[in-house]
Design a protein around this ligand. Structure first.
Ligand code: 0GY
Length: 299
């Protein structure tokens, strides 16, 4: 096995921005601990342990209340580490699983019981060996009520994936906006194509995440905020936000999570937008039972 990498900042700063009460980090991961939850034999990177205690300490340090933990590719389709973190969260975490498309209905029901509310289909060749579209559609048709599908892809395959996405009968959440080239600005080809996708269905959500991955410059990631703020404003009822901690695969330019949080008021400048981004929208997807019927109705 290659050396285990540490992709996270050892002492993130405390952000200047204070998130609203109940704020949710809706895109983060856990790694291990590997003594209990080993890597998948197909893992494309091998990180050091970044378990639930570290995640929850960071959550408190940054001023957040809850987490949505997305199963990382290094754990393959064994969701043990993600379920373990959810179980330890006192109800403050829910998750998104990666499943073998042949998973039984009972297996899906068990994941629901463990706090999972969606499945992720990953199309990044550097992270997964295969992404069988037909099987993904079949499993999407069998998901428990209220679940959604999270899709991770890069901008160059957006058009190719359109028929696949059209065939998914539940809400979609697009990781990191499908990785547009933010240096093109808010009206660049990638953002235009992404807006066309969002306009094609009212139930496609997205994560305004990863300035550190998408902006070719350094913090404070001006290209990212310039390109993304208009998208957040235009689709404010369908946008989520997350730290992406522990920043899988980042071996250089590891971001300071305090800086990542300080991006929030730059892409969502008003208190009303921030509340939607951090509280109202993720609550609809992940804790709908805590909402009244009027707040739930737009999912
Ligand atoms: C992310 C991005 C990445 C990795 C994963 O599951 C993963 O390994 O999601 C990436 O390398 O771009 O969302 O964390």
């Amino acid at each position: 096995m290659s050396a285990r990498i540490r992709s996270w900042h050892s002492a993130p700063s405390r952000p200047g921005y204070v998130p609203p009460a109940g704020a949710i980090d809706a895109h983060c991961h856990v790694f291990g601990p590997m003594s209990e939850f080993p890597f998948s034999p197909k893992a494309k990177y091998h990180p050091q342990d970044a378990g639930p205690d570290m995640l929850f300490a960071l959550r408190d340090h940054l001023g957040f209340s809850r987490n949505v933990i997305v199963q990382a590719s290094c754990h393959g389709t064994d969701n043990g580490a993600t379920l373990n973190a959810i179980a330890k969260s006192d109800g403050k975490a829910r998750g998104v699983a990666v499943v073998d498309p042949d998973i039984s209905d009972e297996g899906l029901a068990q994941l629901h019981e463990g706090g999972i509310r969606g499945v992720r289909f990953n199309f990044l060749k550097r992270l997964v060996d295969d992404a069988p579209k037909d099987k993904f559609i079949e499993v999407a048709r069998r998901l428990p009520a209220g679940w959604h599908v999270v899709i991770y892809f890069e901008a160059d395959i957006l058009e190719e994936l359109r028929p696949f996405m059209d065939a998914i009968p539940v809400p979609l959440v697009i990781d990191h906006m499908g990785r547009p080239d933010v240096s093109q600005g808010p009206d660049g080809e990638d953002m235009k194509a992404f807006r066309r996708l969002l306009d094609s269905r009212g139930d496609i959500w997205f994560k305004a995440t990863c300035p550190d991955r998408l902006d070719p410059g350094q913090s404070p990631w001006d290209m990212f905020s310039h390109a993304v703020a208009p998208l957040v404003e235009a689709y404010q009822d369908r946008v989520l936000w997350g730290t992406d901690w522990p920043h899988p695969n980042m071996e250089s330019n590891i971001p300071d999570d305090g800086d990542i949080v300080d991006m929030i008021p730059r892409i969502a400048p008003t208190a009303a937008l921030q509340h939607k981004l951090l509280v109202a929208n993720p609550m609809k997807l992940y804790w709908p039972e805590e909402l009244g019927s009027r707040e739930r109705s737009s999912v």
